[in-house]
Design a protein around this ligand. Sequence first.
Ligand code: ZN
Length: 295
Amino acid sequence: MHQAQQWPEAELVLDARARLGEGPVWDEIAGVLAWVDILAPAIHVYRPSDGSDLLIPLPSPVGAVALRERGGFVLALEDGFWLRDADGTLRFLAPVEADDPSIRMNDGGVDPAGRFYCGTMAYDERPGVAALYRLEPDGRVDRLFGGATISNGIDWSPDGRSCWYIDTPTLGVDRFDYDHETGALTNRRRVITIEPGQGSPDGLTVDAEGGVWVAFWGGWCVRRYLPDGTRDRVVQVPAAQVTSCAFGGELLDELYITTAWNGLSASDREAQPHAGGLFRTRPGVRGVRARRFGG
Ligand code: ZN
């Protein structure tokens, strides 16, 4: 049995006190980390060179943010896909279940062809009503599948041939075959199984060697798995609700980690004063540049 390696605990870089910090993405051109507080709702733009964190308020809960090829962001807000231009203009692009206020968009990611995939969840987390959607660069939206509960982390392997995906309550990470031409996800199978008591899998990112980094909600850590599902490394985080992670820094050798205080009791918050903070570690492997939405 391969013994999981213990890494030093992640360091707090920003005491942001985000209610539900999520979805970090490194912009290598600007040298900043964009991330969201889903429930604030707002985008944060953290600049490590001077420690600043710009807050951009949004009109409704934001599940995910991604970079665009032409600058600015593509956003998954409560009612669908939006664009935020570099000059700050916010534009509605396409509805996603906009007539159902019990459902909001959640985690997302950009594929190797510049399409934006984003899932949904019900606010009350009722089972089976979540789905995964895909936004094409021309603005068309396709529903890929339903039957999920909390559609969460999604990312692609560095060879561009497979896609990793989490539906949180299933306590595992699935792998799809990915078709670059069509964006189709096929041949879903369970590769990473999480033992009970470790927390719930939330966001994920794939590194340059194909390792899969999974954030554990309620698990105080991020774990790395090899592509065959073997546990490899663990980075402890001094906050229980670890939501997502992304590589950043000039050399893409730093792992940024988001957390949340939402739902913690007063005594839990006292015990975790930095819950909702942004954390960072050097995990001994590099990431890949964030892919940009093509539209
Ligand atoms: Zn999430």
